[in-house]
Design a protein around this ligand. Sequence first.
Ligand code: CP
Length: 334
Amino acid sequence: MYLAAQPGSLQLTQQGQLKHFLTTEGLPKTLLTRILDHTESFLGVENKKVKNAPLLRGKTVMTLFFEDSTRTRTTFELAAQHLSANVMNLNVKHSATSKGESLLDMLHNLEAMSVDMFIVRHPESGAAHFVAQQVKAGVSVINAGDGRHAHPTQALLDMFTIRKTKGAFEPLTIAIVGDIQHSRVARSQIHALNTLGTGEVRVIGPKTLIPHALSQFNVKLYHNLSRGLKDVDVIILLRLQKERMSSDLLPSKHEFYQTYGLTAEKLKLAKPDAIVMHPGPINRGVEIASDVADSDQSVILQQVRYGLATRMAILSMTINTQDKQLFSEEARTS
Ligand code: CP
């Protein structure tokens, strides 16, 4: 339980604005909607001749990735560059952590270089919250994925993709398929989908890949893919997250594909205009057939494109809030 979403808490200012962005759990609908609306204003930035807006001019943003990434790190770096920030990636694998330096000591050293924002990915659940608790006032922390707990910016770019493609959330039936148990993306998506008023959220997967405490998530559970896909508007696929499995939970990838892989045939069970989503990286022939991944119904690359605008929105809404908060604290104490 991470109490980070109440006003005045770790994540939000007294005014209910983002100080850090750590989880979608408990964030109000108004704030999620504001992020989606703000994302609209950054759409298509990659096609503009002059890409940079001055919103983060003079700020230093550092990415700290203790786990591999293709999409999240690069879109965050591009997003910060497009907002005119100074952007640095600490190459964690080649950092002094290999000589025994702790995360906390590393943080204090980086803070001494006047970093304004850390974007953190870590294999341990709760790592981004820990960092947010340790940084000094005025420094923001964005959770770029922590263990199996949360990946809030992925969830927001997914919400943006759904809203852009389908409109309102209320009439939609959305199915999340695959390894829910180890998925930080699924947890963050489910919180956001419920807050935004989605008609029905289904999760589909084998018993070994579904969390025990599913009742707290307000979703309908299916173990049978064909039944779960019936008449859905959106299908979100997840890969098998082997790196977070403590033992073999499935007989084989081949069997998983036979039972839960999305093929063109199974896709026909959903509504004819259903979209297929995946946070990536995709494993063709495991959770998704290659022709489905490349089909007109797939919006997988749209998600990546929208990720850039979504992260620009989140960066600008978070870092500038910190300035306003400090300004009002100074005004109160002077
Ligand atoms: N979706 C996602 O988090 O992808 P990366 O691991 O490539 O960042």
